[in-house]
Write a protein that binds this ligand. Structure first.
Ligand SMILES: Cc1cc2nc3c(=O)[nH]c(=O)nc-3n(C[C@H](O)[C@H](O)[C@H](O)COP(=O)(O)O)c2cc1C
Length: 206
């Protein structure tokens, strides 16, 4: 079984990256293949709305997003973390969410399982909006969204690494990972993951 993590912080060792790593621990402990994509290292340009993907089904921008498209196909589960920037996801992460546009007809993430983590410097509510953005994107991709103990993981931290002093939040991230692992494993028993559930689009489109 395969899980991918996307860390949306541009900061090396950012608090949201650390929580993502904690959320991925249960998968490592259970022998899953784990791929983590750090937006502090990758270059992913924004969608330029050229619409060529509508003709070809692929994105013509040749950057690190091509690796993420492959991982969308490869994974059974996905966890995304983001810092809160102006009450929402980072621009780096938003580029990935938009670039899914190129493959949305193919629905590479449909029927897979996901969850989200948000870290802000303050308590003005940006974590909730950030989680909503990620979970809404996941639902639009056909991902089955799984919560942690309560919603996704919401944390407050400042300097990179500060979150390591918050035992409870590290635990919350592991709980999120364990919940996603459990749902994905149970889904595998039902579907075999050979043929992802293809939702009946006709009913809602007409
Ligand atoms: C451009 C920018 C915008 C930010 N906006 C917010 C915000 O709206 N709300 C908030 O709580 N924190 C805000 N912050 C603080 C970060 O969310 C905080 O430092 C967080 O720890 C970043 O996550 P990271 O450690 O994973 O990089 C902002 C920081 C930056 C650089």
């Amino acid at each position: 079984m395969n899980v991918m993590g996307i860390s949306g912080t541009p900061r090396t060792n950012g608090n949201s990256e650390i929580l993502l790593r904690y959320a991925l621990k249960p998968f490592e402990n259970n022998g899953w293949n784990v791929k983590i994509f750090l937006l502090s290292e990758l270059t992913i340009k924004p969608c330029n709305a050229c619409e060529s993907c509508r003709e070809t089904g692929t994105c013509i921008i040749n950057d690190d997003m091509q690796r993420i498209y492959d991982a969308f196909q490869w994974c059974n589960a996905i966890i995304i973390s983001s810092p809160v920037y102006f009450l929402n996801v980072s621009a780096q992460l938003h580029s990935i969410l938009d670039r899914h546009y190129a493959v949305d007809a193919e629905k590479p993430l449909e029927g897979k399982v996901g969850g989200a983590i948000a870290v802000g410097g303050g308590t003005t509510g940006g974590q909730t909006i950030t989680l909503n953005t990620i979970y809404t994107w996941m639902l639009s991709c056909g991902i089955i969204c799984v919560p942690g103990e309560l919603f996704g993981v919401k944390a407050v931290a400042g300097k990179p690494g500060d979150i390591l002093n918050q035992e409870n939040q590290l635990k919350q991230a592991e709980i999120l990972g364990s919940n996603i692992l459990k749902v994905t494993t149970e889904l595998k028993e039902i579907t075999g993951f050979n043929n992802y559930p293809k939702y009946n689009q006709e009913v809602c489109v007409k």
